[in-house]
Design a protein around this ligand. Sequence first.
Ligand code: OOB
Length: 542
Amino acid sequence: MIPLRQEWPPEFAARYRAAGYWRGETFPAFLRQRAAERPGAVAVVGGDRRWTYAELHERAERAAAGFLALGLRPGDRVVVQLGNIPEFFSAVFGLFRAGLVPVYALPAHRLTEIAHFVAKSEAAAYLAAERGTDGFDYRTLARGLRAASPGLRHVIIVGDAAEFTGFDALDGCRAALPGDPDPASVAFLQISGGTTGLSKLIPRTHDDYIYSFRASNEICGVTGDSVFLCALPAAHNFPMSSPGHMGALYAGARVVLSPVPSPDAAFPLIERERVTISGLVPPLALLWAQAAATAKHDISSLKVLLVGGAKLTPEAARRVVAALPCTLQQVFGMAEGLVNYTRLNDPEEVILETQGRPISPDDEVLIVDDMGEPVPEGEPGYLLARGPYTIRGYHNDEAANARSFTPDGFYRTGDIVRRTPGGNLVVQGRAGDHINRAGEKISAEEVEDHLLAHPNVFDAAVVSIPDEFLGERICAFVIPQGDRPRAVALKAWMRTRGIADFKVPDQVVLVDGFETTAAGKISRKELRARLRARLLAEEGAG
Ligand code: OOB
């Protein structure tokens, strides 16, 4: 199998190499190096397990040999659905070592989504844990997946594997392991928060991704003495690379896994492990801030808290800063690439009121109007990005690529931003019709398509509604047909669709019809905007 590539034009690739961003490093090589340099240092802590760098390296080697012994071949894609457990790391570093390509699913994803990732990536295997923290049995999902995905050759399970292959028993011939992968090849596929329809797959190379977290380490102050608490799902791009668990492992630091992000789970770990840095989405940061006031645990070791994934308002930022004993660092990033940070020594107003500035001197950021022309400095516009760790295209999706990239290779982020005189970005909104629910991006169209499959739904329009806690919540306007469905029943039915729970509408409003203009049909986008405005006006009045 030919390694997947992500193509930057040769003159860009040459520039990024010459500037020292792309250094030819790879995931297997850096883990091997850390294991050689600091074999006895603790790399990963999860539950009562503490793996040193030597042990993590050894486990990854064994898993890699085991994957190949099963018949998987370098270049094959493997959908990985693991929560915050140490095996996340032995599995993905094992895959990297064997030249296999992880496709990162979230623990919350269900059969419909996993089957889509398997189909889109043409995955040869699915790797999951027996159960999640919520008790969900992924072996049941795997059985459905087998039926839905004829191309899938293996199911590998961490824990009790039932009829599937057990991850812990994997082993094989070390001599069969390949050399280090091409640094320019695709290391893994990340999942996009779909703006239109289903999630797209984001190919990231060793070169580009390692640059992004190596540079993030510098900006966030991560060194070999840091202790990173991974409280968000490890498969998310934010806790993976900003600077994330991968940044921490690159630095030779310690990664502590919290099974869930609540203060109840996280604070005792911060105290016990003397955690120095973590990252949260805004609703959780507020929850931590609230809990800190009455916390029994000593969280004074925490030096930096990154907050991103959704907009942190200045007011919320002030609350976080007042309540937590650390420096707030805002991060505005995307799995497609571009990441902005406020800097640790920025003036307070920058930290509270902006989402920071790009990682790299070679990040090219344009803020443009509807016609694609740059807006006057300081005015809001659509953010376009190009640079040494921003992709040039999605995996296997020409239609999305035509929409999402300009002819000269800028990624259309869909975010509306303005730039302050100091060069920092402030996120003001977005162009697309997705809902940012506590950092999870949900496509309105995807949720509408599910609703339309219900026999008593004639039409549906899904919109985001501002929510005090979540930032935004999902509201579905539904025109019924036949028996009028009840909102609770519709929500319960959505839960049977094999989708992540965070996509189930928080609110269902039954309506008699959707207004049309005098001229007839209006666009979905316009319709969603009008329905949202009407509901907000009614709520405001009521
Ligand atoms: C992160 O990545 P994704 O791919 O889940 O979502 C990207 C989108 C951005 O385009 C933007 O709409 C929104 O999430 N976003 C923010 C934000 N950070 C992300 N909107 C407002 N303020 C922020 N601070 O969410 C992600 C990836 C890497 C680092 C951090 C977040």
